[in-house]
Design a protein around this ligand. Structure first.
Ligand code: NAD
Ligand code: UDP
Ligand code: UDP
Length: 327
């Protein structure tokens, strides 16, 4: 492996490093002794997520948009820059596609010049409204190319195409992980995602908004375990490119999640039904056989445990204490 500086430390670029997953990844890479260059335009990320790192001499933050070329010297790249929650990625859908596609081209161009490995944070959304369950990597997906979610889904699919073409055409070492719904501390409280919405609503005793009848399923992975999977993936032998699913196969309905959060917070919130957004996948659950085999990776944090930790984070952030905690 080429070293881009004169000491023995690896210098690692994390795009989207001030976001939810990216900031945890920066933490873990710094803990492993690496130098970290965090690149983020702070669209959905925040300096608060990385403020504890700003005094670390091995950490550097660069405010930059990945749709613009970037010339830096690093040994490895994790490409996470992209808004990830539906309300954020639908806010400026053209910019979302540009971030995925132009961002991937620029980061792949950078990796190509540096001849360094690059990992793409892809998503279970490449499977769309899946017609098979659980979803294995060989499933090609059921994605609407012109719907309101398409800027994200198709942007991420095109990014995967670019990664594999840079690999085939230029011999670039690539790694692609398909991340399933992940939750935990540092989720954005206003990102509209189900875990953050329900916890925020429960802590304020507001109605819990169930879209549709709440029978749709998701499989939620605790953030620490997800990050561990990403780092393991980067460490695999060069010819293992993925794509590999990373997620917790424990599936639950949206209604079950709401009931768990109400019970854990001791909230007076009522569950209310709201219109189901279009193209909302009915069922999502990862087949993680490939991750088990190649990464020796398997999540073990129970949803109830992880939700308790996430509630504690939101209580701190929002200055709220749940009734159960007070009593
Ligand atoms: P996030 O919104 O918290 O983080 C994304 C980060 O990218 C933010 O800090 C944002 O400011 C930054 N960003 C957005 N556009 C940018 C641009 N043009 N240039 C530079 N920075 C930009 O979301 P997250 O949940 O941490 O997701 C991180 C990555 O993981 C994303 O690529 C997302 O698609 C992927 N992913 C996340 C999940 C999940 O459940 N959290 C699931 C599947 C895939
Ligand atoms: N690029 C970059 N940093 C680099 C090298 C390239 O941002 O260190 C960008 C550059 O803008 C280019 C893109 O990556 O348009 C793709 O680069 P590549 O060399 O693959 O193809 P090019 O478009 O230069 O033929
Ligand atoms: N959802 C819900 N109420 C909310 C937010 C989301 O019922 O307040 C549902 C949403 O319709 C979807 C699931 O929860 O079926 C997960 O939504 P999220 O936006 O977290 O992730 P994604 O749809 O991208 O998996």
């Amino acid at each position: 492996m080429l070293k881009r500086n004169y000491n023995s430390r690896k210098r690692i670029l994390v795009t989207g490093g001030a976001g939810f997953l990216g900031s945890h990844l920066c933490d873990r890479l710094l803990e492993s002794g690496a130098e970290v260059l965090c690149v983020d335009n702070l669209f959905t990320g925040t300096k608060r997520n990385i403020e504890h790192l700003l005094g670390n001499p091995r950490f550097e933050f660069l405010r930059h948009d990945v749709t613009i070329p970037l010339y830096v010297e690093v040994d490895e790249i994790y490409n996470l820059a992209c808004p990830a929650s539906p309300i954020h990625y639908q806010h400026d859908p053209v910019q979302t596609t540009k971030t995925s596609v132009h961002g991937a081209i620029n980061m792949l161009g950078l990796a190509r010049r540096l001849k360094c490995p690059i990992l793409q944070a892809s998503t279970s959304e490449v499977y769309g409204d899946a017609l098979v369950s659980p979803q294995a990597e060989g499933y090609w997906g059921n994605v609407n190319p012109i719907g309101v979610r398409s800027c994200y889904d198709e942007g991420k699919r095109c990014a995967e195409t670019l990664f594999f073409d840079y690999n085939r055409q230029h011999g670039l070492p690539i790694k692609v992980v398909r991340i399933f719904n992940t939750y935990g501390p540092r989720m954005h409280p206003q990102d509209g995602r189900v875990v953050s919405n329900f916890i925020r609503q429960a802590l304020y005793d507001e109605d819990i908004t169930i879209y549709g009848d709440g029978s749709q399923t998701r499989s939620f992975c605790y953030v620490d375990e997800l990050i561990d999977g990403m780092i393991r993936m980067m460490g695999t032998e060069e010819n293992f490119t993925g794509p590999v699913n990373l997620g917790n196969p424990q599936e639950c309905t949206v209604k079950q999640l709401a009931e768990m959060i109400v019970a854990q917070t001791g909230s007076r919130s009522q569950l209310v039904s709201r219109e189901l957004p279009s193209d909302d996948p009915v069922q999502r659950r990862p087949d993680i056989a490939l991750a088990r085999a190649h990464l020796d990776w398997e999540p073990s944090v129970e949803l109830s445990q992880g939700i308790a930790r996430t509630i504690a984070y939101f209580e701190d952030l929002l200055g709220k204490k749940s009734r159960q905690m007070q009593s």
